[in-house]
Design a protein around this ligand. Structure first.
Ligand code: KG4
Ligand code: ZN
Length: 333
């Protein structure tokens, strides 16, 4: 059976095709319009999804070399995300389900990120811990077989990706800022500034303090010299910020491994593409004897393949949605 998966929760329009658990096509149209605004503009996002969805699905069908009549199920993200954006994908999927008389499978975007470790490469066995670090979420979840998810900790303010994007904005870099900061950090000195690390009880995160610390540090420099200082030390500021971010994430993961006794850790979501985080967790895993599972880069940021693999598991477990499925912008795991 061929399954088409659609993702449109934020600013990427994605379509993927699976045959059982084998990925046949994965197409992502990333919206560039938001770069002019330094963040995602919801109304522009939904309009862009509307323009992109048909060509994206067609491209996926072509990549898989199948016709739409070959499809035997359609999966779609129904939350969390931007209401208008979710509705574009959802309406499209419902229409396809109705027109082709094939089952509709609603997928939670956060579960999609979690199960992205099962698309390709080495897969964890259950139970495992999952660190989801994206532009909208940062959380640690205990994942057990049968779609049993227990949220152990989450951010109390900014998400990790949001912190990256805000710091990038502060430094006059583009949007999304995460990849740009990551690239600059590679050539900077991570100890140039000693930005504060926030450690909270349990497994919660807080990333808003570090952004303020960077702002205060830069504001202390006389105004006439500030721009030149930032330009001269851009890589050092990025490296110092990144060092603090990965320290906070790694230490919390390590604590969760120690206290739950679960030694498999999936790391997913846009920020799992971060080279500094990948390196830090690899070293930590070797030292503290746990194993990490991090998807290939193209499955870290938003994509429909992660929705498709989750739908495959749900369908196999007998799960199906009906046409009353609605967008749930605040859905959680
Ligand atoms: O998972 P994702 O594509 O979308 C959400 O569901 O939010 O994550 C996007 C976030 C953005 O904040 C982006 O700046 C961040 O992931 N990101 C990165 C990197 N690549 C993407 N952050 C740090 N380093 C990266 N290499
Ligand atoms: Zn996401």
């Amino acid at each position: 059976m061929y399954l088409l998966a659609i993702e449109s929760s934020c600013d990427d329009t994605g379509a993927a095709i699976f045959k059982e658990d084998q990925l046949y096509a994965n197409v992502v149209a990333s919206q560039l319009v938001h770069q002019n605004y330094g963040g995602v503009v919801p109304e522009l996002a939904s309009r862009d999804h509307q323009r992109a969805i048909l060509p994206t699905v067609k491209a996926a069908l072509e990549q898989a070399q199948i016709q739409k009549t070959d499809l035997s199920a359609v999966a779609v993200t129904y939350g969390p995300g931007l209401a208008g954006s979710l509705l574009v994908g959802l309406s499209f999927a419902k229409a396809l389900s109705l027109g082709l008389e094939i089952p509709l499978i609603g997928v939670n975007h956060m579960e999609g990120h979690i199960y992205s470790v099962f698309i390709e490469g080495e897969k964890p066995t259950f139970p495992f811990l999952c660190l989801t670090v994206s532009g909208g979420h940062s959380e640690i979840v205990l994942v057990e077989e049968g779609f049993k998810h227990t949220k152990l900790g989450k951010t109390r303010d900014d998400a990790a990706g949001e912190a990256y994007d805000k710091v990038a904005k502060l430094l006059g870099l583009g949007y999304p800022g995460g990849p740009l900061v990551d690239k600059l950090a590679a050539s900077g000195n991570p100890t140039f500034f000693d930005f504060p690390r926030t450690y909270l009880p349990e497994y919660d995160f807080s990333f808003s303090g570090i952004k303020t610390a960077i702002l205060y540090t830069l504001n202390k420099i006389p105004a006439a010299e500030r721009d030149a200082f930032i330009q001269n030390h851009l890589a050092d500021i990025c490296a110092s910020f990144q060092a603090a971010m990965v320290d906070m994430l790694e230490r919390t993961v390590r604590k969760a491994v120690k206290e739950t006794g679960v030694k498999r850790v999936a790391v997913v979501g846009g920020v799992s593409a971060n080279r500094g985080l990948r390196e830090k967790l690899e070293k930590s895993a070797a030292k503290y004897r746990y194993q990490t599972y991090i998807p290939p880069l193209r499955f870290c940021t938003d994509n429909a393949a992660m929705i498709g693999i989750t739908a495959y598991f749900k369908h196999r477990a007998g799960f199906m949605s009906d046409l009353s499925l609605n967008a749930q912008p605040n859905l959680s795991v």
